[in-house]
Write a protein that binds this ligand. Structure first.
Ligand code: PMT
Length: 403
């Protein structure tokens, strides 16, 4: 699993830095390419030469060193990484990352990478327990960082507590598992709807809503990263499509309906995050409507309900819906779950800051058909997307078991 993978390891200034030498050695034995970046404090505990000898690669310490090739080193490392490990992750480095500070080779590489980042905190147990450190760790967790919990044991100063770096074998197992998990949707066909729909009234006017498409695009990007074949049917949004998937642009609910049905037959999983306009104008005027009258009447007719329609022919597929509510979140979401034959619904409470339309974060409750509810705290839409996909995989496994 690790053969040929590029593992970037950030070594910070903690007594446990010596254990990372063995992590590098184990990764090399598994044929991974290992690139070590050290903070200045890290070099006080283990010399760069040790890591260079074990990794068989130059060790990066200085952001301003003249590169051998014409490549900006931290960007090149960030792009090359399949996974990044920070071990030991000190309170100082955790605080910097959680607050977007990039002032050395390691922290700039971290900000620039799209690879999964695994933090292995190791420090004195009182420091680990400190509220600010814990707050920073949960901020990072919610932004999609993987945290390898420290172990309980004897500290360098002699007393016992939670703060020890896990053994090298455990760290390597965790890296393997995360890289594995990242491809756990290989060959699945995933159909996703995202964004708003626009229902024309005349050539310049329309009915729509505030969906930015961010939630759906995050899910689509995460599924593609896990190896799924993703078709994203997108309403009009101002986003760049994630890499490695097929996007079908639509404007109206009718167009979205047609494209979903065209791509439905081979889909294994359908995730409907689009905010489809429930109504459209009964006629689209060919010319711009004039403002002669005090009042005008636009007759609205109901759009087709895409989720409900495909819910009738669902068969073996997993359907996930969304509900954005201002009142009675759980009750309304549950009735949509039933009416539209979803396996799971993600309910966003629009009354909460950081949830729902437009923002980069969300606060959702995942309700499944059996009544189970997972209450997720505020987190990025990227992180929420990953959790939704993990739940989809669990639902698929349960369906297979019941066959
Ligand atoms: O796009 P963002 O800015 O990131 O915001 C995300 C979001 C808030 C739009 C998204 O997370 C969300 O909640 N989408 C669903 C909005 C909603 O309330 O949908 P609904 O209650 O109208 O519909 C329930 C479900 O049926 C949804 O899965 C919807 O896609 C689907 N539906 C609805 C109507 C319709 N005609 N066809 C449908 O398929």
């Amino acid at each position: 699993m690790l053969k040929g993978k590029n593992v970037v390891i950030g070594v910070c200034g903690g007594i446990a830095a010596y254990k990372v030498v063995e992590v590098v050695s184990r990764l090399r034995k598994l044929s991974a390419n290992v690139f070590v970046v050290m903070t200045e404090h890290g070099t006080k505990f283990v010399t760069p030469l040790t890591f260079q000898s074990i990794s068989h690669n130059p060790v990066y310490t200085d952001m301003f060193a003249v590169p051998d090739e014409w490549d900006i080193e931290h960007i090149s490392l960030a792009n090359r990484a399949d996974i990044v490990l920070i071990a030991p992750a000190t309170a100082n480095v955790i605080g910097k990352i959680a607050n977007g500070i990039a002032d050395d080779m390691l922290t700039t590489t971290l900000l620039a990478t799209k690879a999964p980042v695994v933090l292995a905190p190791a420090m004195n147990y009182n420091m680990y327990d400190n509220d600010i450190v814990q707050e920073n760790i949960s901020k990072l967790k919610n932004s999609g960082f993987y945290i390898l919990e420290p172990e309980v044991g004897k500290m360098a100063e002699g007393s016992e507590g939670k703060g020890r770096l896990p053994e090298p074998s455990k760290i390597v197992d965790a890296l393997t598992e995360i890289l594995n998990q990242k491809k756990n949707m290989k060959d699945l066909n995933v159909l996703i709807t995202a964004g708003p729909t626009k229902e024309a009234i005349d050539p310049v006017r329309f009915i729509s809503n505030n969906s930015s498409g961010k939630m759906g695009y995050s899910i689509a990007g995460a599924a593609a990263k896990r190896g799924a074949n993703v078709v994203l049917v997108s309403g009009p949004v101002d986003l760049t499509a994630p890499f490695g998937l097929k996007v079908i642009d639509v404007i109206s609910a009718d167009e979205m309906y047609d494209e979903v049905l065209k791509n439905y037959a081979i889909a294994d999983v359908i995730i409907m995050s689009a905010a489809v306009a429930d109504y459209k104008s009964s006629e689209i005027k060919q010319s711009k409507m004039k403002k002669n009258d005090e009042n005008i009447l636009v007759e609205l007719v109901k759009n087709k309900d895409i989720a409900a329609e495909i819910g009738k022919i669902k068969d073996h597929r997993i359907h996930v819906g969304f509900a954005a509510e201002t009142d009675d979140l759980i009750r309304n979401a549950k009735s949509k779950l039933e009416e539209k034959n979803f396996d799971m619904i993600a309910a966003n409470d629009l009354t909460l800051d950081g949830a729902g339309f437009g923002c980069d974060t969300n606060i959702i409750k995942l309700i499944n058909k059996n009544g189970g509810i997972i209450d997720l705290p505020l987190m990025t839409k990227d992180r929420a997307a990953d959790i939704i996909l993990d739940e989809v995989l669990k639902l698929m496994a349960t369906k297979d078991d019941n066959k």
